[in-house]
Design a protein around this ligand. Structure first.
Ligand SMILES: NC(=O)c1ccc[n+]([C@@H]2O[C@H](COP(=O)([O-])OP(=O)(O)OC[C@H]3O[C@@H](n4cnc5c(N)ncnc54)[C@H](OP(=O)(O)O)[C@@H]3O)[C@@H](O)[C@H]2O)c1
Length: 266
């Protein structure tokens, strides 16, 4: 089965392409780097020839309110139109759990617009809403940092590993479209402030986390349950502690050292 991954060079996209290939599918990693642009339409008709499924895991280069909305609206309209013309039987888009509860943020308004365009189209589809990726926790913490202080709300969060996101989306891609939304999440719930503390402690980062009910998640206030999926969510297996240990071993601890000069023995 030919599956085109739009955004196939990104964090999720590259894992997804590998996963699909490992399962014997013809997976095409499409992105501006490979000459396929969902905003301008460049390369789309060619990339979609003979495709059964298109998975949209793009992200906007700019998260400024107007730019991000323009990105997801234009990109989604183009993808749906080119897919209809090419006879693609399944459009899958990766979105975020709780999107409609987070629309104080321009980014989430754009994701909701993306979802609504898909739901209003005639294309067979599945929207996959994922919780926050473990790989994204650093960015969440950085966003709420001032000096050495991180102000975080004690809201619930159920993050998941990007690898588990990719495997869940790959499985969905080989099934029939549900014409609805599937939620996916991590195996455990945390409080956001506690998650930030664990992350910083594991990285030996001296920043101090202050629990503050008015602290912000990505610039907006969130209710206690805004970020968590409902009880029917499909759960990934990777635990946060396991990911912390595994990912720490992949972070270079120091700058590359010069290769020691070994005297040649004659
Ligand atoms: N972060 C989270 O915790 C989270 C949680 C749930 C859902 N999501 C959603 O997951 C999706 C993927 O996130 P990610 O972190 O994997 O993204 P990412 O690493 O930033 O990758 C973005 C991808 O989009 C591609 N792209 C950008 N502009 C494009 C264009 N005009 N046409 C085609 N492709 C384009 C990029 O291609 P180039 O490499 O060529 O630039 C790249 O492959 C996003 O939609 C996000 O909303 C994220």
């Amino acid at each position: 089965m030919k599956i085109v991954v739009i955004g196939g060079t990104g964090l999720i996209g590259s894992k997804l392409v590998n996963n699909l290939r490992e399962h014997g599918h013809e997976a095409l990693a499409a992105s501006p780097k490979s000459g396929v642009n969902s905003v301008t339409g460049d390369g789309l008709a060619n990339a979609l020839k003979g495709a059964s499924v298109v998975i949209d895991v793009t992200n906007s280069p700019s998260w400024e309110d107007t730019e991000v909305l323009k990105f997801f609206e234009t990109s989604t309209r183009n993808l749906l139109a080119y897919e209809a013309a090419a006879g693609v039987g399944h459009h899958i888009a990766l979105s975020v759990v709780g999107t409609e509860r987070l629309i104080e943020s321009g980014f989430f308004r754009a994701k909701l617009a993306q979802e609504n365009l898909i739901k209003g189209s005639k294309n067979p589809y599945t929207i996959v809403r994922a919780t926050q990726f473990f790989e994204f926790v650093k960015q969440i913490v950085d966003y709420s940092t001032e000096g050495d202080i991180v102000r975080m709300p004690p809201a619930l969060i159920q993050p998941m590993a990007a690898d588990d996101v990719a495997s869940a989306v790959a499985r969905i891609a080989t099934n029939t479209p549900v014409n609805g939304t599937i939620e996916i999440g991590g195996p455990e719930q945390f409080r956001l402030d506690e998650l930030a503390r664990r992350f910083l402690a594991a990285r030996q980062d001296p920043r101090k986390v202050i629990s503050d009910p008015h602290g912000r998640y990505y610039g907006i206030e969130v209710s206690d349950t805004a970020l968590v999926p409902d009880n029917n969510a499909r759960l990934g297996e990777t635990r946060f502690e396991t990911w912390l240990t595994q990912s720490a071993s992949q972070i270079p601890t120091a700058l590359p050292q010069p290769t020691p000069v070994v005297a040649e023995v004659e």
